[in-house]
Design a binder for this molecule. Structure first.
Ligand code: 13P
Length: 670
């Protein structure tokens, strides 16, 4: 879940916001203001909620890279090159500040912080009248902005963090970049949230990969298979049908043994195309490829269109667009969708004679929107297409990000989004060695009903013997299936053990490891637990890693040392990336099943301490984001008090998870 600007108190605060004002410029004049306009709702929101100052930062092209290219071109063309003039017209933010001033009107003052860069601006910013918008110079004038060296980036990030009490990231178009102003800054500011544009982008794009309204149809076009492999693989997971069009379709048709004439093809991607076709078949995903075409002898806007009525393209032709039979096929699959995602044109729409296919697809998707289908257009070229056909306003969402939307659809984590994620409550039930299969099934059925629509993350871990039965019942619900343990090896002669592969086969998503009952009754030590943690992570599971002291350890004042040791040793060798799949559960052993609960303040202190341990290992951002559950006699009547504590992010519930009413009340906090 991302935290948005709507959840924080802005009154009297200094806000620093990353926007994506990387707009096309010519001689200091804005050529297309889409991205500036897209950020205005967030700017207005922040000002309307009483921010003291709003400092905006953005990149605008890349001054040194762009200038080098332009100079080389000028030299090649035998022309003179005035670098200062070039940079002034293309990379300086002053004209953008002036443009924004015009857009915001007289009631708002926009000031430019100067051409001398982004450092040492605190006094300037703090000296402005309340309600002023300050535009910083292009962040990419500083090489630290994009440096591969985190320490370098931190240098600029720290300077920028001085200008705000709250960091807002609204630069979706740059969210896939791990830069000083998009991500590193969040390390040095206590509050990092998403702006309204970022929120909208994430709300539309993320569910496509995680949990779309089904059935979903994906339309993927564009020139190259190679640039779309990851997105095709990712979309195969949730799509009922994948429509493949554009230049890349011909690599697929060749892979199927069809004749493609002189059409675009990537011969080194034929095997990849075959593999994607096989995966689709095994998953029951329908693949829709062109069955007729519009061809041309030359790749040229003036080339004469030639109708090709069959799937095979004659030797002398290049396929430039899809034909009418293909469009009829598209219409048929599109009519089955409740969600449509479209990335990449299906023909050379830049040439009017070959634009019909893409225009018809745009019309079909627009028509679907009118019928209540969720339609999302992501990626540079398809966005250009819907703009060209004046249909952008007829889509549910048209993304402002090219690379960013593609990476999000690929299922990647985007640094600029990750810094705005906040901890969601995670309520888990550990059913331990209780209940028969039938009893477990009854409880699972009741929980599916009672937790439906619940706002948090839920999991139940039945005993191994009930996993399959409970898993079937939980399918399609908002409750994850958990296991209470796993073996430390993948498979083999380990009598009585259950492996991660077997758990995966049953649809388990989360494994509880290092539970105190395993540590104390079965003598599991930190090394063994760590081995299991790493194995579970390797196989894609989420892990709940339990830590906690015994009564004896507590009385001897060893509480913190025990929790620290168990956390550090349990997490040894776990990468920062993997840490996002770890939840820590603090379970004081003396409170488990005894009816004794740590007081909310006591528990809060340990949770804060454990978060500090994570901070030392993985940094402030990771510490802010890791979920720490409390476990030990959590009951309906103490859940609310515990959950109200700053560092308590959920519960691992034993006894009280065995009754539907109790667990449901805990899940809703009492
Ligand atoms: P109780 O809620 O029964 O104390 O159990 C806590 C626990 O061990 C959960 O894993």
């Amino acid at each position: 879940m991302i935290k948005t600007v709507k959840t924080v108190d802005l009154n009297g605060k200094r806000v620093i916001m990353r926007v994506d004002f990387n707009v096309p410029m010519k001689d200091g004049v804005v050529q297309d203001d889409t991205r500036i306009v897209a950020a205005i709702p967030t700017i207005k929101y922040i000002l309307a909620h009483g921010a003291k100052t709003l400092t905006l930062m953005s990149h605008l092209g890349d001054p040194s890279k762009d200038a080098k290219k332009a100079e080389e071109k000028a030299v090649k063309d035998g022309k003179s090159f005035d670098k200062e003039k070039y940079i002034k017209g293309k990379h300086r933010m002053e004209p953008i500040a002036a443009y924004l001033q015009k857009k915001l009107g007289k009631n708002v003052t926009v000031v430019f912080a100067g051409e001398d860069g982004c450092y040492n601006k605190k006094a300037f910013i703090d000296g402005q009248k309340p309600g002023t918008v300050i535009m910083l110079e292009n962040t990419r004038f500083h090489k630290e902005e994009t440096s591969d060296d985190a320490k370098e980036r931190d240098k600029l990030a720290k300077a920028l963090a001085e200008y705000g009490d709250i960091f807002v990231n609204d630069a979706f178009g740059t969210a896939h970049r791990d830069h000083a102003s998009t991500a590193s800054i969040a390390k040095f500011i206590p509050v990092s949230v998403a702006g309204l544009l970022m929120e909208k982008e994430v709300n539309y794009l993320e569910p496509i990969v995680t949990n779309p309204v089904k059935p979903m149809v994906a339309i993927i076009g564009g020139a190259k298979v190679s640039s779309k492999i990851a997105v095709l693989e990712s979309l195969l997971k949730n799509s009922a049908a994948l429509v493949i069009g554009g230049g890349m379709a011909y690599t697929f048709l060749k892979a199927q043994g069809k004749k493609i004439g002189k059409s675009l093809v990537e011969d080194d991607q034929i095997d990849t195309a075959k593999k994607i076709l096989e995966t689709a078949k095994s998953k029951g995903v329908e693949i829709v490829l062109p069955v007729d075409h519009v061809g041309a002898e030359k790749f040229d806007a003036a080339a004469k269109p030639v109708a090709v009525a069959s799937v095979n393209v004659p030797d002398k032709l290049i396929a430039m667009d899809v034909g009418p039979k293909t469009l009829a096929l598209y219409q048929k699959v599109i009519a089955t969708a409740k969600t449509i995602v479209w990335n990449g044109p299906v023909g050379v729409f830049e040439f009017d004679a070959f634009a019909k296919g893409t225009e018809e697809v745009a019309k079909m998707v627009a028509g679907a929107t009118a019928n209540g289908v969720i339609t999302v257009v992501g990626g540079g070229d398809s966005v250009a297409a819907v703009n060209k056909f004046k249909l952008a306003s007829k889509m549910s969402h048209v993304s402002t990000g090219g690379g960013a939307s593609l990476e999000l659809l690929e299922g990647k984590k985007l640094p600029g989004i990750e810094v705005t994620r906040c901890r969601d409550y995670f309520i888990a039930g550990n059913w331990k060695m209780h209940m028969t299969r039938a009893e477990s099934a009854n409880l699972a059925k009741a929980l599916v009903k009672s937790l439906k629509g619940g706002k948090h993350k839920y999991m139940v871990a039945p005993s191994f013997t009930s996993l399959e039965t409970v898993g079937e019942i939980l399918k399609g619900s908002n409750i994850l299936l958990g296991a209470q343990n796993c073996a430390e090896e993948e498979q083999g002669a380990f009598t009585g053990e259950v492996s991660v592969l077997q758990l995966k086969d049953l649809g388990v998503g989360v494994i509880i490891l290092g539970h105190s009952e395993r540590r104390h009754n079965y003598k599991e030590d930190d090394a063994l637990i760590n081995k299991k943690v790493k194995l579970a992570l390797k196989h894609g599971f989420e892990v709940i890693l339990c830590v906690g002291e015994t009564l004896d350890e507590r009385e001897k004042g060893k509480q913190e040392a025990v929790c620290k040791g168990q956390a550090e040793k349990g997490l040894a060798g776990v990468t920062a990336e993997e840490l996002s799949r770890i939840t820590i559960a603090y379970e004081p052993v003396w409170a488990i099943g005894t009816g004794k609960t740590a007081t909310p303040d006591d528990a809060q202190n340990v949770h804060k301490f454990v978060r500090g341990v994570v901070e030392k290992l993985y940094g402030a951002m990771a510490a802010r984001q890791i979920v720490i559950q409390y476990g030990g006699s959590v009951k309906p009547d103490n859940a609310a008090q515990l959950m109200a504590m700053e560092d308590i992010d959920g519960a691992l519930v034993g006894g009280a998870s065995l009754k539907n009413e109790d667990f449901a009340r805990i899940a809703k906090f009492g």
